[in-house]
Design a protein. Structure first.
Length: 338
């Protein structure tokens, strides 16, 4: 592991430059990115100037900004040293994440290994998934530490994506026997009329985001086989009535569109050996006017029960295009004025 060597001007004078030295030029090229794109991204977001001199990177700016930049550069270089690639999402994560926090109270050895050093890594068949904000890290920790967890916040904050990733990780690790993903089949403000085909054809358009997440984590042939064998189920919320969901990882997505009765029905499906995750966005309720959201009722009624965690996200946790966060903030500001 390479640690940057820091130097500055003599004591008593303002710090103008800080130096980080990286011994492997090939890794340094990857760290800088094509046409120094990665460095330009860090300069913009951290308010510094970064220059390359041989195998050194020189950081100019305020001392606190310099220190933060060097921490980010070192973390990314260590990632490259470990043999992993570097993508824009990895840079974004290091820029967003603060100091690593305490590890959640986990009993299982495999799960504890995921959180060693305060870092969180979720292993799936196709990719390694890492939270990109502190709120996401706390959310993932709570999914392993609690049998019932809620993820509440705006679109694009990774609520469903991370929940499905944890479900796949627990499934391939043998902690659960099946994955069950559900959503209320509610149209988003427009009537589509009757859809053609059998029942699966009719409900699949509503379930597509769940299929998208699974395709990110499991090879296509394996996913198709698991769906065929009913070891992974994707079904509308209405199909959950009367079932007891044992030894399963269960996710209810878009829970703000569940009625109070549907939410109670779903929560009481929890069986032995199961984990349940409820995700939703209180600002995107598509229920008919006057019908209360089951998510709001559950939040009000269950927030004092031990072993049920509530995790909240804001526009700062949006990991889609940067404009998405700005759009959410604009709508929130307008709602506050109203």
């Amino acid at each position: 592991m390479a640690t940057p060597a820091l130097t500055s001007r003599p004591e008593g004078t303002p710090v103008a430059e800080a130096f980080a030295e990286f011994p492997d030029n090939r890794l340094l090229i990857d760290l800088c990115g094509e046409f120094d794109r990665n460095l330009a991204d860090m300069e913009q977001k951290l308010g510094v100037q970064i220059l390359r001199r041989g195998n050194q990177l020189v950081v100019m700016g305020e001392p606190e900004d310099q220190s933060r930049t060097l921490d980010v550069l070192n973390a990314l270089y260590q990632r490259l040293e470990s043999g992993r690639g570097l993508e824009p999402g990895d840079i974004d994560r290091e820029l967003r994440m603060g100091p690593t926090g305490a590890v959640a109270d986990l009993q299982d050895g495999d799960q504890l290994e995921m959180f060693r050093g305060g870092k969180v890594e979720i292993n799936t068949r196709k990719k390694l998934v890492e939270p990109r904000t502190d709120a996401q890290r706390a959310y993932v920790q709570s999914l392993f530490a609690n049998e019932l967890a809620f993820g509440i916040g705006p679109a694009g904050t990774g609520k469903t994506y991370l929940a499905v990733a944890v479900g796949v990780s627990m499934f391939i690790g043998g902690h659960v026997d099946k994955i069950i993903l559900s959503r209320p089949a509610v149209e988003a403000g427009e009537k589509l009329g009757y859809l053609p085909g059998d029942m699966k054809d009719k409900v699949d358009p509503y379930m597509q985001p769940l299929y998208d997440a699974l395709n990110d984590f499991l090879p296509g042939k394996q996913l198709a086989k698991l769906l065929e064998d009913k070891r992974i189920e994707i079904a509308p919320l209405a199909f959950m009535r009367g079932r007891t969901l044992s030894n399963a990882f269960v996710v209810l997505d878009e829970a703000q569109n569940a009625t109070s009765m549907q939410m109670k029905m779903f929560l009481t499906r929890l069986g032995e050996g199961s984990r349940m995750v409820i995700t939703g966005d209180r600002t995107q309720i598509d229920l008919p006017r006057g019908v209360p959201s089951g998510l709001a009722d559950a939040e009000r009624l269950l927030n004092t029960i031990p072993k049920i965690s509530f995790n909240y996200f804001t526009s700062r946790d949006v990991v889609r295009h940067p404009l998405v966060a700005a759009i959410i903030e604009a709508y929130e500001a307008d709602a506050a004025r109203g």
